[in-house]
Design a protein around this ligand. Structure first.
Ligand code: PLP
Length: 377
């Protein structure tokens, strides 16, 4: 009995030592091993290097190459994983965030999910403030990923009770905490100057004529624009893609006049009422802007599913519709790249619901042969 217990203890101790040495080894050599053996180190190592997908039907139709960067393949499921990693890394590098610290952000969507994964994998606490108009599903998912979530009244940015200002104040009350401030923190834009832009350039071998995407914070559009303009000596043209309810299309086409925000869109995560600090340095570099109605975005959700087998969210499909418009504007033989921001999984209960589509007066935008995909009541 005694001998058995000793054997069990010795085996346990041996196993513990083995595990400890593996952990140590993985800490010390993780990055090198990852590179040598073709795997990546943890969640953050899996961010980026997403495929560039040729959209066959739209390319054939326009006589251009229309390519979508598959950002839905990031480990947290969206383009926002890149920004989440960069704003956290930036806070670490500036000494604002030390081991065991807390990240605080105001976000209603993908940035929160990206941050929740990044914070879990790096051992930080995460606090999220969001408007209380958001679905319970989003709140539940963030809580499931370990975040502390505060739904607060949905008031305008100018109101001190807006979720962004509450997030800022929360961080100020804590030690070793940072408000990552995705809208005006240019580490967000840097993620795309340093990763998304170079990936697109390398994946196209520099044979890219235009890039277009929508903006939420503006990080993706500004960062990719900056990189592509620099590396191509200004040759690559870049365009904002804008949904209804955003002021940026008219800001760009009117030469810098900021109008009052009116209207709204079914596309989530995009559309803006102001020029954020992420956009400011690069908005002048843009060659133009295209406006895409909700009808065109939703039609493209169904077309991408039917023609390409791609199950995409509405902002991705607004981008695809914009890429098609840019291709038609530039003419045959051009290569146009856009961003496939996330999949439809988080929005399926709306995008494929007959009631929701008819409440939004969008059922009529779906071509008859694609109505078979409206599978939810
Ligand atoms: C689904 C989706 N698409 C696009 C964007 C816009 O990206 P960016 O913030 O880089 O402008 C966001 C931002 O949250 C998003 O959630």
């Amino acid at each position: 009995m005694f001998r058995q217990s000793v054997r069990r203890l010795t085996t346990t101790a041996h196993k513990a030592a083995e595990v400890a040495s593996k952990v140590e080894m993985s800490n010390q050599y993780g990055v090198q091993l990852a590179k040598a053996q073709g795997h990546v180190n943890g969640f953050v190592g899996a961010i980026g290097n997403t495929p560039l997908i040729r959209l066959k039907r739209l390319s054939d139709e326009t006589g251009c190459e229309i390519l979508g960067k598959a950002e839905f393949q990031n480990p947290g499921g969206s383009v926002k994983d890149r920004a989440a990693l960069y704003v956290v890394k930036d806070a670490e590098e500036k000494g604002q965030l030390r081991p065991g610290g807390t990240v605080v952000e105001g976000t209603a969507g993908n940035t929160g999910i990206g941050l929740a994964h990044v914070c879990r994998s790096k051992g930080y606490q995460l606090v999220i403030y969001m408007p209380n108009t958001q679905s319970q599903g989003k709140v539940d998912l963030l809580r499931l990923l370990g975040a502390e979530v505060y739904p607060v009244p949905a008031v305008a940015f100018e109101n001190p009770e807006n979720y962004n200002h509450q997030a800022k104040r929360h961080a100020e009350r804590l030690d070793n905490a940072v408000w990552t401030n995705q809208f005006d923190n240019i580490a967000n834009r840097r993620a795309h100057v340093e990763t998304t832009g170079p990936e697109i350039w390398n994946q196209t071998d520099g044979k890219i004529d235009a890039f277009t995407c929508a903006t939420g914070t503006g990080g993706t559009l500004a960062g990719v624009t900056r990189y592509l303009k620099d590396v191509s000596g200004g040759r690559v043209k870049t365009f904002l893609a804008d949904p209804p309810g955003s002021v940026l299309h008219s800001y760009i086409t009117s030469g810098g006049q900021l109008k009052e925000r009116t209207g709204s869109s079914i596309t989530e995560g995009i559309g803006q009422g102001r020029v954020t600090d992420n956009l400011k340095p690069d908005i002048e570099l843009l060659d133009g802007a295209v406006h895409i109605s909700d009808e065109r975005s939703i039609e493209m959700v169904y077309r991408c599913l039917d023609e390409e087998g791609l199950y995409l969210g509405a902002s991705s499909c607004l981008n695809v519709a914009a890429a098609k418009e840019v291709a038609e504007k530039l003419g045959q033989g051009n290569t146009v790249v856009t961003i496939l921001c996330d999949g439809a999984y988080r929005y399926a209960d709306r995008l494929f619901s007959r009631k929701w589509l008819s409440d939004k007066n969008l059922l009529r935008a779906i071509p008859a042969h694609l109505e078979k995909y409206v599978v939810l009541p």
